[in-house]
Design a protein around this ligand. Structure first.
Ligand code: PGA
Length: 259
């Protein structure tokens, strides 16, 4: 099986992570711009992830388009005495298809552990949605030659206990932390190297065919001018886009780069 043949089987996914930006009105305005400007024909599946409070309105605004909805985080219990949390039942109810889990900002700023990320991923799958599981190393870890070991550790924890059927719906996003919001993207060849390592790790845990169908997105300063080079790598199956997803022009250009 050549990488190109594998690549041809996977539909690119371009997801916009809006982080803690935009009011409900601003989110809906961006959706209208996306509807007007997204390429009429694209291979890519397009996803947007607004803040929790905008999910319902964005869902309504997306009517008539094929853009899908994601949340940025979730708690792993569906309901109970967990003041302030939002569970998978509520996200499914509001129309989410995807949920980002384990973003490095959650891990670093809010103390999420590898085990937490695994619980969240399984809760998302159990409620019929797909987790976008984020993994990635810090600059210090990369400089110490530990990048691959860190990513594999995060991945193994996130995938632990997932059945093969559940796993079929999961998406992985490799986001080197030093590339997020810094304007310094990974070199396409470095991204390819890590994506191939991720696929290799998944092949050991879930077999070659699951690994071959897994979509592995790259995230970290993806912009219109570097998207084609990154997306052109045989194991890069899409992008998780932060800053450049906040404006329709740059996000649509990245979608166009996916072909
Ligand atoms: P960035 O963010 O594109 O602004 O670097 C990516 C992310 O955090 O998902």
């Amino acid at each position: 099986m050549t990488p190109n043949v594998m690549g041809a089987q996977r539909r690119p996914l371009i997801a916009g992570n809006w982080k803690l930006f935009k009011t409900v009105a601003e989110s809906c305005a961006l959706v209208q711009e996306l509807k007007a400007q997204l390429p009429a024909v694209t291979r890519a599946e397009v996803v947007v992830a607004p803040v929790f409070t905008a999910l319902a309105s964005v869902r309504a605004a997306l009517a008539g388009s094929s853009v899908r909805l994601s949340a940025q985080n979730v708690y792993w219990e569906a309901q109970g005495a967990f003041t302030g949390e939002v569970g998978p039942l509520q996200l499914r109810d509001v129309g989410c298809d995807y949920v980002i889990v384990g973003h490095s900002e959650r891990r670093q700023l809010f103390g999420e552990s590898d085990a937490d990320v695994g619980r969240k991923a399984r809760a998302v799958l159990a409620h019929g949605m797909a987790p976008i599981v984020c993994v990635g190393e810090t600059l210090a870890e990369r400089e110490a030659g530990k990048a691959e070991a860190v990513v594999v550790r995060q991945l193994v924890a996130a995938l632990a206990g997932m059945t093969d059927a559940e796993f079929a719906n999961a998406v992985v996003a490799y986001e080197p932390i030093w590339a997020i919001g810094t304007g310094k993207n990974a070199a396409p060849s470095d991204a390819q190297h890590m994506h191939a390592a991720i696929r290799g790790c998944v092949a050991s845990a879930h077999g070659q065919s699951r690994a071959a169908s897994l979509r592995v997105l790259y995230g970290g300063s993806v912009k219109p001018d570097n998207a084609a080079a990154l997306l052109g790598q045989s194991d890069v199956d899409g992008a998780l886009v932060g800053g450049a997803s906040l404006a329709a022009g740059s996000f649509c250009a990245i979608v166009a780069a996916a072909g």
